[in-house]
Design a protein around this ligand. Structure first.
Ligand SMILES: N[C@@H](CCC(=O)N[C@@H](CS)C(=O)NCC(=O)O)C(=O)O
Length: 328
Protein backbone atom coordinates (compact mmCIF):
# COMPACT_ATOMS: atom_id res chain seq x y z
CA UNK A 1 0.00 0.00 0.00
CA UNK A 2 1.36 3.41 -0.87
CA UNK A 3 0.87 6.49 -2.99
CA UNK A 4 2.56 8.72 -5.55
CA UNK A 5 4.35 11.87 -4.40
CA UNK A 6 5.42 14.10 -7.31
CA UNK A 7 5.49 11.06 -9.58
CA UNK A 8 7.52 8.85 -7.20
CA UNK A 9 6.02 5.77 -5.54
CA UNK A 10 6.14 5.91 -1.72
CA UNK A 11 5.17 2.86 0.33
CA UNK A 12 2.97 4.17 3.14
CA UNK A 13 -0.17 2.94 4.99
CA UNK A 14 -3.12 5.29 5.63
CA UNK A 15 -2.22 7.96 8.18
CA UNK A 16 -4.90 8.11 10.90
CA UNK A 17 -2.79 9.90 13.50
CA UNK A 18 -4.09 13.40 12.84
CA UNK A 19 -7.72 12.27 12.69
CA UNK A 20 -8.11 10.50 16.05
CA UNK A 21 -7.81 7.05 14.51
CA UNK A 22 -10.37 7.80 11.79
CA UNK A 23 -9.93 6.75 8.15
CA UNK A 24 -10.56 9.70 5.82
CA UNK A 25 -10.91 8.92 2.11
CA UNK A 26 -9.21 11.37 -0.26
CA UNK A 27 -10.85 12.90 -3.33
CA UNK A 28 -10.22 11.40 -6.77
CA UNK A 29 -7.77 13.45 -8.88
CA UNK A 30 -8.98 13.18 -12.52
CA UNK A 31 -12.43 14.65 -13.02
CA UNK A 32 -13.01 15.22 -16.74
CA UNK A 33 -16.19 13.96 -18.41
CA UNK A 34 -16.86 12.06 -21.60
CA UNK A 35 -19.81 13.72 -23.35
CA UNK A 36 -21.72 13.10 -26.60
CA UNK A 37 -20.04 15.97 -28.46
CA UNK A 38 -16.85 16.46 -26.44
CA UNK A 39 -18.11 19.59 -24.69
CA UNK A 40 -16.97 19.93 -21.06
CA UNK A 41 -19.04 18.12 -18.41
CA UNK A 42 -19.84 19.24 -14.85
CA UNK A 43 -16.10 19.39 -13.99
CA UNK A 44 -12.72 19.36 -15.71
CA UNK A 45 -12.06 20.14 -19.37
CA UNK A 46 -13.68 19.21 -22.68
CA UNK A 47 -12.33 17.24 -25.62
CA UNK A 48 -13.49 13.77 -24.56
CA UNK A 49 -16.16 12.73 -27.03
CA UNK A 50 -17.96 9.40 -26.58
CA UNK A 51 -16.55 7.08 -29.25
CA UNK A 52 -16.29 3.34 -29.76
CA UNK A 53 -12.92 1.82 -28.92
CA UNK A 54 -11.37 5.07 -27.70
CA UNK A 55 -11.61 4.47 -23.94
CA UNK A 56 -10.25 1.73 -21.69
CA UNK A 57 -11.29 0.84 -18.15
CA UNK A 58 -8.87 -0.31 -15.43
CA UNK A 59 -10.52 -2.12 -12.51
CA UNK A 60 -10.00 -4.47 -9.61
CA UNK A 61 -12.63 -7.20 -9.31
CA UNK A 62 -12.27 -6.87 -5.53
CA UNK A 63 -13.06 -3.18 -5.32
CA UNK A 64 -16.66 -2.07 -4.66
CA UNK A 65 -16.14 1.29 -6.41
CA UNK A 66 -14.71 -0.36 -9.53
CA UNK A 67 -17.52 -2.91 -9.37
CA UNK A 68 -20.04 -0.12 -9.97
CA UNK A 69 -18.37 0.64 -13.30
CA UNK A 70 -18.27 -3.05 -14.29
CA UNK A 71 -22.01 -3.35 -13.68
CA UNK A 72 -22.78 -0.23 -15.73
CA UNK A 73 -20.40 -1.32 -18.53
CA UNK A 74 -22.37 -4.55 -18.69
CA UNK A 75 -25.92 -3.16 -18.30
CA UNK A 76 -25.33 -0.32 -20.75
CA UNK A 77 -23.98 -2.63 -23.49
CA UNK A 78 -20.45 -1.22 -23.50
CA UNK A 79 -18.28 -4.32 -23.36
CA UNK A 80 -17.35 -4.14 -27.04
CA UNK A 81 -16.87 -0.40 -26.88
CA UNK A 82 -14.73 0.03 -23.75
CA UNK A 83 -11.77 -2.34 -23.21
CA UNK A 84 -10.94 -3.77 -19.78
CA UNK A 85 -7.82 -4.38 -17.68
CA UNK A 86 -8.03 -6.19 -14.34
CA UNK A 87 -5.38 -5.88 -11.62
CA UNK A 88 -4.15 -8.70 -9.40
CA UNK A 89 -6.24 -9.02 -6.21
CA UNK A 90 -3.23 -8.70 -3.92
CA UNK A 91 -2.37 -5.08 -3.17
CA UNK A 92 1.01 -5.00 -1.42
CA UNK A 93 3.92 -2.58 -1.09
CA UNK A 94 3.73 -1.64 -4.76
CA UNK A 95 -0.01 -1.02 -4.73
CA UNK A 96 -2.14 -2.57 -7.47
CA UNK A 97 -0.14 -4.63 -10.00
CA UNK A 98 -0.60 -6.68 -13.15
CA UNK A 99 1.33 -9.68 -11.75
CA UNK A 100 0.06 -12.73 -13.63
CA UNK A 101 -2.75 -14.62 -11.89
CA UNK A 102 -6.24 -15.99 -12.49
CA UNK A 103 -8.47 -13.43 -14.23
CA UNK A 104 -5.73 -10.75 -14.28
CA UNK A 105 -5.81 -8.82 -17.57
CA UNK A 106 -2.75 -6.68 -18.30
CA UNK A 107 -2.46 -3.20 -19.74
CA UNK A 108 -2.71 -3.40 -23.56
CA UNK A 109 -1.83 0.28 -23.98
CA UNK A 110 1.50 0.78 -22.23
CA UNK A 111 2.15 -2.69 -20.77
CA UNK A 112 2.36 -1.27 -17.23
CA UNK A 113 3.49 -3.70 -14.54
CA UNK A 114 2.14 -1.52 -11.73
CA UNK A 115 -1.00 0.61 -11.77
CA UNK A 116 0.97 3.64 -10.59
CA UNK A 117 2.73 3.61 -13.99
CA UNK A 118 -0.63 4.30 -15.61
CA UNK A 119 -1.04 7.37 -13.38
CA UNK A 120 2.45 8.72 -14.12
CA UNK A 121 1.90 8.10 -17.83
CA UNK A 122 -1.07 10.45 -17.57
CA UNK A 123 0.71 12.97 -15.33
CA UNK A 124 4.42 12.49 -14.72
CA UNK A 125 4.41 14.47 -11.43
CA UNK A 126 1.11 13.08 -10.07
CA UNK A 127 0.64 13.24 -6.30
CA UNK A 128 -2.10 11.16 -4.70
CA UNK A 129 -3.49 7.70 -4.18
CA UNK A 130 -3.38 5.22 -7.02
CA UNK A 131 -6.94 3.93 -7.09
CA UNK A 132 -9.24 1.92 -9.32
CA UNK A 133 -11.37 2.44 -11.34
CA UNK A 134 -9.68 4.55 -14.03
CA UNK A 135 -11.05 5.48 -17.46
CA UNK A 136 -8.16 5.93 -19.91
CA UNK A 137 -8.36 7.84 -23.21
CA UNK A 138 -6.24 6.15 -25.90
CA UNK A 139 -6.48 9.18 -28.18
CA UNK A 140 -5.15 11.81 -25.80
CA UNK A 141 -3.06 9.34 -23.81
CA UNK A 142 -4.40 10.33 -20.43
CA UNK A 143 -6.79 9.46 -17.61
CA UNK A 144 -10.19 11.03 -18.17
CA UNK A 145 -11.66 10.32 -14.78
CA UNK A 146 -11.03 8.07 -11.75
CA UNK A 147 -14.21 8.69 -9.75
CA UNK A 148 -16.67 5.80 -10.03
CA UNK A 149 -19.79 7.84 -9.19
CA UNK A 150 -19.07 10.02 -12.24
CA UNK A 151 -18.01 7.17 -14.53
CA UNK A 152 -21.32 5.35 -14.04
CA UNK A 153 -23.22 8.48 -15.14
CA UNK A 154 -21.09 8.73 -18.29
CA UNK A 155 -21.68 5.03 -19.00
CA UNK A 156 -25.44 5.39 -18.50
CA UNK A 157 -25.46 8.68 -20.47
CA UNK A 158 -23.50 9.31 -23.70
CA UNK A 159 -21.99 5.82 -23.90
CA UNK A 160 -25.35 4.04 -23.58
CA UNK A 161 -26.75 6.27 -26.33
CA UNK A 162 -23.83 5.22 -28.53
CA UNK A 163 -24.58 1.55 -27.78
CA UNK A 164 -28.00 2.17 -29.37
CA UNK A 165 -30.92 -0.27 -29.71
CA UNK A 166 -32.62 -1.45 -26.53
CA UNK A 167 -29.80 0.01 -24.44
CA UNK A 168 -30.44 3.55 -25.66
CA UNK A 169 -34.18 3.17 -25.12
CA UNK A 170 -34.28 1.85 -21.58
CA UNK A 171 -34.91 4.40 -18.82
CA UNK A 172 -31.98 6.26 -17.30
CA UNK A 173 -30.68 5.01 -13.94
CA UNK A 174 -30.57 8.66 -12.86
CA UNK A 175 -33.91 9.98 -14.13
CA UNK A 176 -34.49 13.72 -13.92
CA UNK A 177 -37.63 13.38 -11.76
CA UNK A 178 -35.91 11.26 -9.11
CA UNK A 179 -32.56 13.03 -8.90
CA UNK A 180 -33.16 14.83 -5.64
CA UNK A 181 -34.19 11.65 -3.85
CA UNK A 182 -31.42 9.58 -5.45
CA UNK A 183 -28.83 12.18 -4.37
CA UNK A 184 -30.13 12.08 -0.79
CA UNK A 185 -30.09 8.27 -0.62
CA UNK A 186 -26.64 8.17 -2.23
CA UNK A 187 -25.25 10.60 0.31
CA UNK A 188 -26.50 8.54 3.22
CA UNK A 189 -25.45 5.20 1.69
CA UNK A 190 -22.01 6.52 0.69
CA UNK A 191 -21.09 8.00 4.02
CA UNK A 192 -22.54 5.41 6.39
CA UNK A 193 -22.41 2.19 4.33
CA UNK A 194 -20.09 2.23 1.26
CA UNK A 195 -17.43 4.20 3.06
CA UNK A 196 -18.75 3.20 6.51
CA UNK A 197 -17.38 -0.34 6.26
CA UNK A 198 -13.93 1.10 5.47
CA UNK A 199 -14.20 3.59 8.34
CA UNK A 200 -14.92 0.65 10.67
CA UNK A 201 -12.23 -1.60 9.18
CA UNK A 202 -9.42 0.96 8.99
CA UNK A 203 -10.15 2.65 12.35
CA UNK A 204 -7.16 2.56 14.67
CA UNK A 205 -8.94 3.52 17.91
CA UNK A 206 -11.88 1.85 19.66
CA UNK A 207 -13.89 5.10 19.57
CA UNK A 208 -13.40 5.62 15.83
CA UNK A 209 -14.38 2.00 15.18
CA UNK A 210 -17.52 2.14 17.33
CA UNK A 211 -18.61 5.47 15.85
CA UNK A 212 -18.38 4.02 12.32
CA UNK A 213 -19.89 0.62 13.04
CA UNK A 214 -22.83 2.04 15.01
CA UNK A 215 -23.67 4.47 12.22
CA UNK A 216 -23.30 1.68 9.64
CA UNK A 217 -25.92 -0.49 11.32
CA UNK A 218 -28.30 2.44 11.88
CA UNK A 219 -28.09 3.11 8.13
CA UNK A 220 -28.57 -0.57 7.25
CA UNK A 221 -31.69 -0.59 9.45
CA UNK A 222 -32.96 2.46 7.57
CA UNK A 223 -32.44 0.75 4.22
CA UNK A 224 -34.12 -2.41 5.52
CA UNK A 225 -37.15 -0.30 6.55
CA UNK A 226 -37.22 1.48 3.17
CA UNK A 227 -37.19 -1.84 1.34
CA UNK A 228 -40.06 -3.15 3.46
CA UNK A 229 -42.26 -0.45 1.88
CA UNK A 230 -41.02 -0.28 -1.68
CA UNK A 231 -39.31 -2.53 -4.19
CA UNK A 232 -36.16 -0.44 -4.72
CA UNK A 233 -34.36 2.30 -2.80
CA UNK A 234 -35.96 5.07 -4.85
CA UNK A 235 -39.40 4.08 -6.06
CA UNK A 236 -40.37 1.08 -8.13
CA UNK A 237 -37.48 1.04 -10.59
CA UNK A 238 -33.80 0.18 -10.29
CA UNK A 239 -31.68 3.33 -10.16
CA UNK A 240 -28.00 4.02 -9.63
CA UNK A 241 -28.76 4.24 -5.89
CA UNK A 242 -29.45 0.48 -5.88
CA UNK A 243 -26.24 -0.45 -7.69
CA UNK A 244 -24.22 1.78 -5.38
CA UNK A 245 -25.61 -0.07 -2.36
CA UNK A 246 -25.37 -3.47 -4.08
CA UNK A 247 -21.57 -3.57 -4.38
CA UNK A 248 -21.16 -3.11 -0.61
CA UNK A 249 -23.97 -5.55 0.28
CA UNK A 250 -22.46 -8.22 -1.99
CA UNK A 251 -19.15 -8.06 -0.09
CA UNK A 252 -20.64 -7.72 3.37
CA UNK A 253 -21.04 -11.25 4.74
CA UNK A 254 -18.01 -12.51 2.82
CA UNK A 255 -15.46 -9.91 3.96
CA UNK A 256 -16.70 -6.85 5.83
CA UNK A 257 -18.43 -8.87 8.57
CA UNK A 258 -15.19 -10.66 9.47
CA UNK A 259 -12.28 -8.63 8.18
CA UNK A 260 -13.61 -5.11 8.90
CA UNK A 261 -15.40 -6.24 12.11
CA UNK A 262 -18.82 -5.09 10.83
CA UNK A 263 -20.12 -7.88 12.96
CA UNK A 264 -23.35 -6.80 14.61
CA UNK A 265 -25.42 -8.57 11.97
CA UNK A 266 -24.98 -10.19 8.58
CA UNK A 267 -26.93 -9.11 5.49
CA UNK A 268 -28.51 -12.57 5.38
CA UNK A 269 -30.13 -11.73 8.75
CA UNK A 270 -32.06 -8.82 7.18
CA UNK A 271 -35.05 -10.28 5.27
CA UNK A 272 -35.53 -7.35 2.89
CA UNK A 273 -31.89 -6.47 2.29
CA UNK A 274 -30.94 -10.10 1.65
CA UNK A 275 -33.79 -10.74 -0.79
CA UNK A 276 -33.06 -7.44 -2.54
CA UNK A 277 -29.37 -8.35 -2.74
CA UNK A 278 -30.28 -11.68 -4.34
CA UNK A 279 -32.63 -9.98 -6.79
CA UNK A 280 -29.97 -7.53 -7.95
CA UNK A 281 -27.32 -10.26 -8.16
CA UNK A 282 -29.67 -12.25 -10.40
CA UNK A 283 -30.22 -9.40 -12.88
CA UNK A 284 -28.78 -10.87 -16.10
CA UNK A 285 -25.07 -10.05 -16.42
CA UNK A 286 -24.49 -8.92 -12.84
CA UNK A 287 -23.26 -12.24 -11.41
CA UNK A 288 -20.56 -12.25 -14.13
CA UNK A 289 -19.23 -8.96 -12.78
CA UNK A 290 -19.07 -10.29 -9.19
CA UNK A 291 -15.89 -12.26 -8.43
CA UNK A 292 -15.87 -13.61 -4.89
CA UNK A 293 -12.41 -15.18 -5.41
CA UNK A 294 -10.77 -11.79 -6.03
CA UNK A 295 -12.90 -10.18 -3.33
CA UNK A 296 -11.78 -12.61 -0.60
CA UNK A 297 -8.14 -12.74 -1.69
CA UNK A 298 -7.80 -8.97 -1.87
CA UNK A 299 -9.23 -8.06 1.51
CA UNK A 300 -7.87 -10.92 3.61
CA UNK A 301 -4.34 -10.82 2.17
CA UNK A 302 -3.69 -7.13 1.41
CA UNK A 303 -4.21 -5.43 4.75
CA UNK A 304 -1.25 -6.49 6.83
CA UNK A 305 -2.23 -4.20 9.72
CA UNK A 306 -5.58 -6.01 10.04
CA UNK A 307 -4.64 -9.61 9.15
CA UNK A 308 -0.83 -9.88 9.51
CA UNK A 309 -0.61 -13.58 8.68
CA UNK A 310 -2.82 -13.15 5.61
CA UNK A 311 -4.94 -16.17 6.53
CA UNK A 312 -7.77 -16.61 4.05
CA UNK A 313 -10.78 -17.88 6.02
CA UNK A 314 -12.88 -20.80 4.87
CA UNK A 315 -16.11 -19.06 3.88
CA UNK A 316 -19.61 -20.31 3.14
CA UNK A 317 -21.14 -19.92 -0.30
CA UNK A 318 -22.60 -16.37 -0.50
CA UNK A 319 -25.95 -17.95 -1.42
CA UNK A 320 -26.98 -15.24 -3.87
CA UNK A 321 -28.29 -17.66 -6.50
CA UNK A 322 -31.11 -18.81 -4.21
CA UNK A 323 -34.69 -17.65 -4.96
CA UNK A 324 -35.78 -14.23 -3.69
CA UNK A 325 -39.24 -12.92 -2.86
CA UNK A 326 -38.99 -9.35 -4.16
CA UNK A 327 -41.49 -9.83 -6.98
CA UNK A 328 -44.11 -11.25 -4.64
N1 LIG B 1 -13.52 7.70 -5.04
C1 LIG B 1 -13.00 6.58 -5.69
C2 LIG B 1 -12.47 5.58 -4.67
C3 LIG B 1 -11.77 4.45 -5.32
C4 LIG B 1 -10.94 3.64 -4.31
O1 LIG B 1 -10.70 4.07 -3.19
N2 LIG B 1 -10.48 2.43 -4.73
C5 LIG B 1 -9.68 1.60 -3.86
C6 LIG B 1 -9.93 0.14 -4.07
S1 LIG B 1 -11.38 -0.46 -3.29
C7 LIG B 1 -8.21 1.78 -4.19
O2 LIG B 1 -7.83 1.66 -5.34
N3 LIG B 1 -7.40 2.03 -3.17
C8 LIG B 1 -5.98 2.12 -3.29
C9 LIG B 1 -5.41 3.15 -2.35
O3 LIG B 1 -6.17 3.85 -1.67
O4 LIG B 1 -4.20 3.24 -2.31
C10 LIG B 1 -14.09 6.01 -6.56
O5 LIG B 1 -15.21 5.79 -6.09
O6 LIG B 1 -13.83 5.79 -7.73
Amino acid sequence: MGLLVEGKWVDRWYDTEKTGGRFVRSEAGFRNWVTADGSPGPSGEGGFEAQRGRYHLFVSYACPWAHRTLIFRKLCGLEEMIGLSVVHPFMGDEGWTFEPGPKVVGDPIGDAKRLHQVYTRAKSDFTGRVTVPILWDRERGTIVNNESSELIRMFDGPFRQLAGGAFAERPSMYPEALREEIDAVNARVYDAINNGVYKAGFATTQDAYEEAVDELFVALDEMEARLSKQRYLVGEQVTEADWRLFTTLARFDHVYFHHFKCAKRRIRDYPNLFNYLKELYQVPGVAETTHFDHIAEHYYTSHETINPHRILPRLPDPGLDAPHDRGA
